[in-house]
Ligand binder design. Structure first.
Ligand SMILES: CC(C)(COP(=O)(O)OP(=O)(O)OC[C@H]1O[C@@H](n2cnc3c(N)ncnc32)[C@H](O)[C@@H]1OP(=O)(O)O)[C@@H](O)C(=O)NCCC(=O)NCCS
Length: 222
């Protein structure tokens, strides 16, 4: 099991306004490292998956054991604020903006074009607009500011295609997020949710179980 307990660990952080400045030297060099690793990942052929998996382990803060599969290409902001549980599936074009922290439980399935965005920006233009980065490391006001909040995804969560998860959201265990959703609020465990904004539609129940006979003849992996 993942060491992360969705919805509990970060409750206090979510209540607090937290700002992050990405235009510092240390963040810059971390992001250069991130760029280098993910460039190599994205240019390593899929059949060389042991190398891709090795690179992915270097990229994220932690990924708990194996197996895991990342279709690629991937795009991370830093990677070292992303924590992933066991048996992770990441679909094509996975984007994780992790300055606010991203915590993914076990057995997560993320479909194509999923974006996990753990930061936003100030709403007032005079607090948001900065000079192009990177042009200089000389002091120039405050630099870019991000408003960050962690994203927490429980165990056994399926996030379908083209979903955006916004900062501070917790998605409970076994939940399903339908295709095209924009998740702005927490989604309870065992819930089917979709839409823009994403709303819980109904509980997932035994009535959703596919008939066992439909699995006859389907090969099992050992
Ligand atoms: C989550 C999901 C499986 C729900 O499907 P479902 O429970 O079978 O839903 P239904 O097809 O019975 O649709 C029920 C209603 O909800 C609507 N609906 C279903 N999914 C929706 C979604 N993601 N967004 C908005 N409305 C949705 C349907 O239009 C339908 O409305 P209607 O009653 O007015 O016709 C589906 O939304 C989904 O995301 N499928 C995955 C597609 C995908 O991304 N596959 C790639 C693998 S990750």
């Amino acid at each position: 099991m993942s060491q992360f307990t969705p919805g509990e660990k970060h409750t206090e952080e979510k209540k607090t306004l937290t700002l992050f400045q990405p235009t510092t030297k240390s963040v810059f060099w971390t992001m250069i490292r991130t760029e280098a690793i993910q460039h190599r990942f994205n240019h390593t052929p899929p059949w060389m998956y042991p190398i891709r998996n090795w690179l992915f382990k270097k990229l994220v803060a932690e990924i708990d054991g194996k197996p895991f599969f990342i279709a690629g290409p991937i795009r991370f902001q830093q990677g070292n604020h992303t924590h992933v549980g066991r048996n992770f599936y990441g679909g094509p074009n996975l984007v994780i903006l992790d300055h606010g922290g991203v915590y993914i439980g076990d057995n997560a399935m993320l479909g194509p074009n999923v974006t996990l965005a753990s930061h936003a920006h100030p709403k007032l233009a005079d607090q948001r607009v900065v000079r192009p980065f990177p042009d200089t490391f000389e002091p120039y006001g405050r630099g870019e500011i991000e408003v960050i909040a962690p994203i927490t995804i429980g165990n056994n969560v399926w996030i379908a295609s083209n979903v955006v998860v916004c900062p501070g959201v917790t998605i409970g265990d076994n939940a399903i997020i339908g295709a095209g959703s924009v998740v702005t609020h927490d989604i309870p465990a065992n819930t089917l949710a979709y839409g823009v904004p994403c709303k819980p539609v109904r509980e997932i129940t035994e009535a959703d179980r596919l008939p066992e006979e439909a699995f006859a003849g389907i090969p099992r992996y050992d």
